[in-house]
Design a protein around this ligand. Sequence first.
Ligand SMILES: [Zn+2]
Length: 108
Amino acid sequence: MIERKPSNTEDEYFAREDAERIRKLHAEEQVRLKQSEKDALKKLHTGRCSNCGALMVPEKVGDVRLLHCPACGGAFLDKTAWDYIRTHAEPHTVMGAILNWFKSANKP
Ligand SMILES: [Zn+2]
């Protein structure tokens, strides 16, 4: 599913506000959770879709290995795959635009 592209500056502002709020919740949760709780969450979720919880299937797309969810069609990139795409993306492509967004969104 392709989400509707924000149509104007106001939509983009609210999308960014949501992302910022979720990032803040993530940081707070990382401080709050005990290591044993983090370990339990990892054991429960590893290899499962973050969207629907189904067991994901490894697939190779070009040079990139990813996990694909046969239930909802989503996909997951681990850090190695993400770093590969980030270093090989051509500028001025859709992927390039997404990567630029992530770069600006992940600034501390
Ligand atoms: Zn899924």
